[in-house]
Design a protein around this ligand. Structure first.
Ligand code: NDP
Length: 446
C-alpha cells in the first residue's frame, strides 16, 4: 500500500511543484483513506483520488491600492475553489504575508473534508492575499479590501461561494469586504459570514471556533473518564480562536498558562483569568498590540522571546496560531511533560512527525478538520439564518454548535476506532472523504 501511496504522491508533487503544505495535507488524508479506495472499485474507476486533489477553479488577480502616503502598493489576490460536491464553496479568507497558492490549496483541501464532517451543505474553498493588515491604518485596510473585492465579487455569492474570515480577516475586514460587494452587486445577501450582528451576522460566530475546540477536547477526555477541570492548558496564538478557547476553558474550570504571537510566548503560572483575558482582547483587537506587552501589565508572568509554548509543562495543548507550529521535538517535550490531549484549533499546526509521536504514544489527538470545525459550522448556521431571514438567540446557536461538535466526535469514534484506540485522524479523514466521494460519483464527471 505504501508503494501505491508513494506513487500517488509523486503524481501530486509533479503536478503541483513547490506547494509543500498542499503535499503535506494531501499525504495525510491519502494515508488514512487508501484502504477505503483499495476496497472500492467505484472510487478507483471514477478516479476519485485524482479528481479530489484538483481544484475545480483557481482565480489569481492583481490587487492595487494606495497607502496613506499616496504610494501605490500591489498585492496578489487568490480564490481556490476546491470542491463543491456537497454545497456552494465556503471560502474563508486569509490576509498574511506568507499567503501563496500552495497554502491556500492546502487550506481549501482541508476545508472540503471539514465541511463534510459538519453535516451542513457546504463545499470547500479558500481565498486571500499576501497583504499584511498589521501596522496598516483602518483607511488603508479599507482601500485594500475594496480593491480586493472589485475583482472577487464576480466569483462569489450566496449560492456559489460564501466567503468568511481566517488569519488577518476579522470583523473590520469582513465589514469593508461586504460593503464593497453590496455596492458592486447591488444586492444585500449572505455572501460572507462573520458579519456584524446588526447586519446579518450570527451570534456566537466569533466565539465558535474557540468554543468548539474546547467542546471537542472535553468529548475526547470523556472517552478516558477525564475532564478539563483542574487541567493546565497550553495555548498558542492570541487571536480569535485562542481568545475564545480561553473564555470557554474558564467555564470548564481549566487553567490556561500560555498565549503567544509571532514575537514569542507569555507564561503565566497563576493562570490567565477573566480580567487578564479582557486585557488580551483589548490589546489584540482594539489596540492591535503585541503579546509581549502582557508582562508589563502582569509582571509575575514571563515572556519567552521568539519561542512557542510547547516546552512548558501542561496536560492539554491547543495550538491555535498557524500551520506547522509543533515539530517533532516539541511533540516529544509535550509527551515528556505529561500532555494527554492535543486538540487543533489551527489548521495543520502539527508537523507529520509530531502527529506520529502523538499517535504512537496513544494520547488523545484531535486533528483540526474535526476539532476546529465549530467555526465553519456556525458559519453554516449564519447562512441558514440569512436564507430564512431570521436570527436565532445566543443559546440556540451555542446549543447547535455543541451538538454538532458532539456529532463530529462520534463520527470520528465510529470511523477511527481500532483495537480500543481512537485514531481521530483516520476517523475524520475517512468519514469526511466518503461523503464527498459519493456525492462526486453521483454528480458524474464535472
Ligand atoms: P487571528 O488572525 O485572529 O490570530 C492568529 C494568531 O496566530 C495571532 O496571535 C498571530 O500572531 C498568530 N500567528 C499567525 N501566523 C503566525 C506565524 N506564522 N507564527 C506565529 N504565530 C502566528 O487568526 P485566527 O485566530 O482566526 O486563526 C488561527 C488559526 O485557526 C489559523 O490556523 C486558522 O486557519 C485557524 N482557524 C480559524 C478559524 C476561525 O473561525 N477564525 C476557523 C478554523 C480554523 P501575530 O499577530 O504575531 O501574527
Amino acid at each position: 500500500m505504501s508503494v501505491a501511496i508513494d506513487q500517488f504522491m509523486s503524481y501530486v508533487k509533479g503536478r503541483n511543484p513547490g506547494e509543500n503544505e498542499f503535499h503535506q495535507a494531501v499525504e495525510e488524508v491519502v494515508e488514512s483513506i487508501y484502504s477505503v479506495i483499495e476496497t472500492s472499485p467505484r472510487y478507483r474507476s471514477g478516479k476519485i483520488l485524482e479528481r479530489i486533489v484538483e481544484p475545480e477553479r483557481v482565480v489569481i488577480f492583481r490587487v492595487p491600492w494606495m497607502d496613506d502616503d499616496g504610494e501605490v502598493r500591489v498585492n496578489r489576490g487568490y480564490l481556490v475553489e476546491m470542491n463543491s460536491a456537497l454545497g456552494p464553496f465556503k471560502s474563508g479568507l486569509r490576509f498574511h504575508p506568507s499567503v501563496n497558492l500552495g497554502i491556500l490549496k492546502f487550506l481549501a483541501f482541508e476545508q472540503t473534508f471539514k465541511n463534510s464532517l459538519t453535516t451542513l451543505p457546504m463545499g470547500g474553498g479558500k481565498g486571500g492575499s499576501d497583504f499584511d493588515p498589521k501596522g496598516k491604518s483602518d483607511a488603508e485596510v479599507m482601500r485594500f479590501c475594496q480593491s480586493f473585492m472589485a475583482e472577487l465579487y464576480r466569483h462569489v455569492g450566496p449560492n456559489t461561494d460564501v466567503l468568511g474570515g481566517d488569519i488577518g480577516v476579522g470583523g473590520r475586514e469582513i465589514g469593508f469586504l461586504f460593503g464593497m460587494y453590496k455596492k458592486l452587486a447591488n444586492e444585500f445577501t449572505g455572501m460572507i459570514t462573520g458579519k456584524g450582528f446588526n447586519w446579518g451576522g450570527s451570534l456566537i460566530r466569533p466565539e465558535s471556533t474557540g468554543y468548539g475546540v474546547v467542546y471537542f477536547a472535553s468529548e475526547m477526555l470523556a472517552t478516558r473518564k477525564e475532564s478539563l477541570a483542574g487541567k493546565r492548558v497550553l495555548i498558542s496564538g492570541s487571536g480569535n480562536v485562542a481568545q475564545f478557547a480561553v473564555e470557554k476553558l474558564h467555564e470548564y474550570g481549566a487553567t490556561v498558562v500560555t498565549l503567544s504571537d509571532s514575537g514569542g510566548t507569555i507564561v503565566d503560572e497563576d493562570g490567565i483569568d477573566r480580567d487578564k483575558l479582557d486585557y488580551v482582547m483589548d490589546l489584540k483587537n482594539n489596540r492591535r498590540g503585541r503579546i509581549r506587552e502582557y508582562v508589563q501589565q502582569y509582571p509575575q508572568a514571563r515572556f519567552l522571546e521568539n519561542a512557542r509554548p510547547w516546552m512548558v509543562p501542561g496536560e492539554v495543548a491547543l495550538p491555535c496560531a498557524t500551520e506547522n507550529e509543533i515539530n517533532e521535538d516539541e511533540a516529544q517535550s509535550l509527551l515528556d511533560n505529561g500532555c494527554i490531549c492535543v486538540a487543533e484549533g489551527a489548521n495543520m499546526p502539527c508537523e507529520p512527525a509530531a502527529v506520529e509521536r502523538f499517535l504512537n504514544a496513544e494520547i488523545l489527538y484531535g486533528p483540526g478538520k474535526a476539532a476546529n470545525a465549530g467555526g465553519v459550522a456556525v458559519s453554516g448556521l449564519e447562512m441558514t439564518q440569512n436564507s430564512m431571514r431570521l436570527s436565532w438567540t445566543q443559546q440556540e446557536v451555542d446549543k447547535r454548535l455543541k451538538m454538532i461538535m458532539r456529532e463530529i466526535h462520534s463520527t470520528c469514534v465510529k470511523y477511527g476506532s481500532h483495537d480500543g484506540f481512537i485514531n481521530y485522524l483516520d476517523g475524520a479523514n475517512v468519514a469526511g472523504f466518503i461523503k464527498v466521494a459519493d456525492a462526486m460519483l453521483d454528480q458524474g464527471l464535472v
